[in-house]
Each structure stands twice: as structure tokens, then as C-alpha cells.
Write a protein that binds this ligand. Structure first.
Ligand SMILES: C[S@@+](CC[C@H](N)C(=O)[O-])C[C@H]1O[C@@H](n2cnc3c(N)ncnc32)[C@H](O)[C@@H]1O
Length: 226
């Protein structure tokens, strides 16, 4: 199936199966391209992971310690996770696509403290409660076509974080150029500031940063488990 076919096919009723099927195909066709459609060749791919790991962690620098356990939701083949593994005691990733997880396990062979799990695509089932100091998600929720799935991830991240643990993630805030009428597994659902406020009513998060970005199409959210 081509990417065009995937985007125009009628949306299946089972959103998790839809996301897994599309992302498993993308991972099998050309994982690096679908992870970074600009810097997917040669050394550029790895360097982009180093730069983006720095971007994700940069503003958190006062909260970080090398003895932390961290989790990346939607880790792909480990483009950033390889650098998180250098910085933190444990670097875990979870992803919905078996093809991505299989390649991540190869790609991260030189990082013994990195572990990658195949997830169910909407929760962190199988991961221990009160375990992680830090959870991150970069360029993943923007591809999720269901607000409920993102809400489920935010809720289950509260469960797996320890007291004081931080969750930093990027959301899509408005339709992208060329986006069709309905969200799909590439152009995901838009998240509003009101959605962030709603998540705060579901679990007793402390809001560190809401809706922060220079790019009008995306925003960072940083939540902390008190
Ligand atoms: C654009 S890639 C980004 C990968 C990684 N975060 C990075 O920046 O290198 C998006 C990743 O999210 C994964 N993904 C998509 N929907 C997901 C979901 N519902 N749950 C977990 N992972 C998902 C895809 O399989 C893919 O590996």
C-alpha cells in the first residue's frame, strides 16, 4: 500500500489496529524516512537524534540527573533513545509498530541500558507503576488520530511516573498544510489548551508548561507528578 492509499482509505473502526498497521508498514518500507522525512540518510539521521534529544531535554536541565530512569513513548528505531541511554541510568522506549521495535533492538545494540517494548498503542500496560523519573514523547502524538488515545497515554504516564516525575511531550495544535478533512495516522488530531486543562482534572498533575512553542502548529506540554 502506498502512503497516499493509507491516507485516503476509509478509517477503520479499531483505531489501535489502524495505527499499528500503518506504522508497521511505514517501519517496514523505510523506517528512517518516516521518522525524519528530511534527515534520513547517512550520518544525518543519527545527528538529528542528538540534536532533538538536546532540544527535548534542554529546558529541563535543572531537573535532570544521570541516575534517572526515563521512558520515551513512540521511540521509533531509537534515533533519540541512543543518546538518552548515554545520559541516563535506564533508557526505555515503547512503540506501537513491531517493525520499529525490531529495528530499535538492532540499532540500540551498543546501548546495554536501553530496552524497547512493543506497546498496545494507547496505554503503557506491562510497564511498572511508580518507576520512571522522566517520560518524553516527541513527534508521536501529532500522528495519533484520536484524542481519547492521547488522553489514555497521559493518564497511564501518571501511573508509571514516580513522585516528582516529569512528562514532557509535543502535541499538534492546528491542521497542517495538505491535511484532509479528518485526522489519520500521519496527520493526527489537534490538541487545544482546553484539552490540557481537562487532563489536569483527571489526575492531580502539576502543570509546569502548557502550550509552549514558537511554531504555531505544535506545542510542548510539561506535567509533573506531585
Ligand atoms: C515520526 S516517528 C518518531 C520516532 C521517535 N520519537 C523519534 O523522534 O525518533 C513516530 C513513531 O511513533 C510511533 N507511534 C505512532 N502511533 C503510536 C501510538 N499510538 N503509540 C505508540 N507509538 C506510536 C510510530 O510507530 C513511530 O515509531
Amino acid at each position: 500500500m502506498t502512503e497516499q492509499d493509507r491516507r485516503t482509505a476509509p478509517p477503520p473502526a479499531d483505531v489501535t489496529a489502524w495505527m499499528r498497521s500503518d506504522w508497521d508498514q511505514r517501519g517496514g518500507e523505510h523506517a528512517k524516512y518516516y521518522i525524519n522525512t528530511v534527515e534520513y540518510t547517512g550520518f544525518d539521521f543519527a545527528l538529528s537524534g542528538c540534536r532533538d534529544a538536546f532540544e527535548v531535554l534542554g529546558l529541563l536541565h535543572k531537573d535532570l540527573r544521570h541516575d534517572m530512569r526515563m521512558l520515551e513513548i513512540g521511540c521509533g528505531i531509537g534515533r533519540m533513545l541512543q543518546f538518552f541511554a548515554v545520559l541516563f541510568q535506564e533508557a526505555h522506549g515503547i512503540d506501537i509498530a513491531p517493525s520499529m521495535v525490531a529495528q530499535a533492538r538492532e540499532y540500540l545494540q551498543r546501548a546495554p541500558n536501553a530496552k524497547v517494548f512493543l506497546g498496545d498503542g494507547r496505554t503503557l500496560a506491562g510497564l511498572e507503576s511508580d518507576y520512571y523519573d522522566l517520560a518524553l514523547s516527541f513527534q508521536v502524538f501529532q500522528h495519533i488520530p484520536s484524542k481519547q488515545v492521547i488522553t489514555d497515554y497521559v493518564r497511564d504516564t501518571f501511573r508509571v511516573l514516580r513522585k516528582g516525575g516529569i512528562f514532557k511531550f509535543l502535541v499538534k495544535t492546528q491542521p497542517w498544510d495538505g491535511q484532509g478533512q479528518r485526522p489519520d495516522t500521519w496527520n493526527g488530531v489537534d490538541i487545544s489548551r482546553a484539552d490540557v486543562d481537562y487532563w489536569l482534572t483527571l489526575d492531580p498533575w502539576q502543570l509546569r508548561v502548557a502550550y509552549d512553542s514558537e511554531d504555531p502548529t505544535k506545542a510542548w506540554v510539561v506535567l509533573q507528578k506531585p
